[in-house]
Design a protein around this ligand. Structure first.
Ligand code: ADP
Ligand code: MG
Length: 349
């Protein structure tokens, strides 16, 4: 989890700040930046070498688009997704916007390829753990084992959903959609695609370290930092052309009691948080896939992450275990420049 702590926003408000950075004494600003607030996360868009009027138009349009996604996709603030979940609970079909239909399709792919480790239908379980909040950490003991077992027994799955045009139907009333593990990635994809339609090809859309970078930063590539689960930075890398870099972690969003921490990524098969992985970083072309994969690979853990990564078609992955040791694929190792002192092991696939 790489989002930055922010004050809780008014339910619908997204904030937008324009900053123009002047390169030397050039007349035109070389880099335009704007910040947005979406799903409790600060998202920064940086454009390189874009005419000011195009930048301004892009930021205005992105503001509207992010606002729409926030309203439609939010897992607990009343909006389109909460309506869909209500319909499912009542055994009724639900109409969904094209973006939610797409999220369901992507989620189904991810759930299938990860054999249920990524499962966006476990909204009731996420809610039971108290993770439907932006105020972390949550204080207090875990829910009762009997309540957890009861929800796991209902076996919700995104594969229980049938898509017919824009209509969603489910055979399982326990399906409660929560796109917390994929929405940021898809939002970033939509933003990047929109920038391209405006002729903007050099940009970064960055949600606190989860990002997609396109093109370059003038004469040099974009260089981005990968955050360490223990705080600070574990390494940095240069992005090439158009790719997404996402990290999921078990170190920032969690519940805690006197005994231990209970992080916000749940193993859908047990209903309990995953404890033995500190973070997973994935590089691939699409944001939605990088996001969902990072979440799924945390659930896969040290024993199974390589098989699940192969099944997802990924070859640039890093898993950091709870001792701080980094396990990296060969291709990730070639990309990432580690800071001094990181213990690492390269796995070959
Ligand atoms: P972050 O928001 O920290 O980047 P993730 O992308 O891993 O982290 O998303 C975590 C969120 O995904 C949780 O808050 C919850 O809403 C949802 N979630 C938790 N466990 C799973 C899971 N096994 N599969 C799909 N979504 C999950
Ligand atoms: Mg994710």
């Amino acid at each position: 989890m790489l989002t930055q702590p922010m004050p809780r926003p008014a339910t619908t408000a997204l904030c937008l700040i324009f900053c123009l950075f002047l390169a030397g004494c050039q007349q035109q600003p070389a880099e335009h930046k704007a910040q947005f607030f979406i799903f409790g996360t600060l998202l920064e868009v940086s454009l390189w070498d874009t005419p000011p009027e195009t930048a301004s138009r892009a930021f205005g349009e992105l503001q509207d688009m992010f606002q729409q996604m926030h309203n439609d996709w939010h897992a607990w603030e009343p909006g389109q997704l909460t309506e869909i979940n209500r319909a499912f609970q009542a055994g009724l079909p639900a109409l969904a916007s094209p973006s939610i239909v797409k999220l369901v399709e992507y989620s189904q792919q991810a759930e299938l390829k990860t054999d249920g480790r990524f499962n966006p239908a476990i909204g009731a379980l996420v809610g039971l753990w108290g993770f439907h909040t932006s105020d972390y950490p949550i204080e207090g003991p875990p829910p009762a084992g009997s309540q957890i077992r009861a929800l796991v027994a209902t076996a919700p799955s995104s594969l229980d959903i049938t898509i017919d045009g824009q209509q969603l139907t489910t055979s399982n009333r326990a399906v409660q959609l929560d796109f917390g593990g994929i929405a940021k990635g898809y939002a970033i994809d939509i933003a990047c695609d929109h920038l391209k339609t405006l002729g903007i090809n050099n940009a970064i859309v960055n949600a606190g370290g989860d990002l997609r970078a396109m093109g370059d930063h003038g004469s040099r590539p974009w260089r981005i930092a990968v955050r360490s689960p223990g705080g600070g930075i574990i390494g940095s890398l240069q992005t090439t052309r158009d790719e997404a870099v996402f990290t999921s972690g078990n170190y920032e969003r969690f519940r805690q009691d006197q005994l231990q921490r209970y992080p916000h990524i749940l193993d859908p098969r047990t209903g309990w948080p995953v404890q033995d992985v500190a973070s997973v970083t994935v590089i691939t072309r699409q944001g939605w896939l990088a996001d969902a994969a990072a979440t799924a690979l945390i659930v896969a853990g040290l024993e199974e992450w390589q098989g699940v990564a192969i099944s997802l078609g990924l070859d640039q992955v890093m898993l950091v275990d709870e001792t701080g040791k980094a396990w990296v694929t060969e291709k990730m190792n070639e990309r990432l420049e580690f800071v001094d002192g990181v213990e690492k092991e390269v796995v070959n696939f």
